[in-house]
Design a protein around this ligand. Structure first.
Ligand code: E4P
Length: 217
């Protein structure tokens, strides 16, 4: 499973790169808004810093507007993936962009049928939002299972990019289901390696080492 980081914050991206864990980046308009920086400068810097796909989202609502924006977004780098909202006009845009050889990530996916439609339109990735589904009282992971099954049944090349991740268990379950990518917020990424028994075990080993003959520092 590939790990992307879900952020437009360069410090978080650099820190994640230091751990060697990051295969790509996803952004959205809300993540850019949080940074309070010129979005074009930031998008260019992210695309340059990352050796992997970087999703940048369009804000137009017609296929024509989305395709025009996509043409501009891909100028930020060869690794740009154009993020398109899961609406009917979005599907028209995805089909056109796919024919133009531009990678797409269909976002705001909340049902297996939406994912199937995006795959049929030729999307490179679909982004089901598991955390936001959980927030409604439904089961976000059930959505991932359904999408993975449908894509496997029909050999779609479209990759399942699990988004809106809130906890490490979302990633474990996604990996068990065979999803292709998890896009992970930095605060969740930091928790992935954490285990209380690792911390306790390490503390015990270090304490015992102090009492080991000839090992005093
Ligand atoms: C994915 O591409 C989205 O940017 C993101 O995962 C949404 O997450 P949220 O529901 O935490 O805003």
């Amino acid at each position: 499973m590939r790990f992307f980081i879900d952020t437009a914050n360069l410090d978080e991206i650099h820190q994640a790169q230091k751990y060697g864990l990051i295969d790509g980046v996803t952004t959205n308009p809300s993540l850019f808004a949080k940074e309070q920086q010129d979005w074009k400068e930031l998008a260019a810097a992210i695309c340059k810093a990352v050796d992997g796909p970087v999703s940048l989202e369009v804000v137009g609502l017609t296929a024509e507007e989305m395709v025009a924006e996509a043409r501009e977004l891909v100028k930020f780098g060869p690794n740009v993936v154009v993020k398109i909202p899961m609406i009917m006009e979005g599907l028209v845009a995805v089909r056109q962009l796919s024919q133009m050889g531009i990678d797409t990530n269909v976002t705001l996916v909340f049902s297996p049928l939406q994912a199937l439609m995006a795959a049929k339109a030729g999307a490179t990735y679909v982004s089901p939002f598991v955390g936001r589904v959980d927030d409604t009282g439904a089961d976000g992971m059930e959505l991932i299972e359904q999408i993975v099954t449908i894509f496997n049944n029909y050999n779609f090349k479209t990759q399942v990019l699990v988004a809106s991740i809130r906890s490490p268990m979302h990633i474990v379950e996604s990996a068990l289901m065979g999803a292709d990518v998890s896009t992970i917020p930095y605060k969740v990424l930091e928790r992935l390696a954490k285990h209380p028994l690792t911390d306790k075990g390490l503390a015990d080993f270090l304490a015992d080492w102090k009492n080991t003959k000839g090992a005093g520092r």
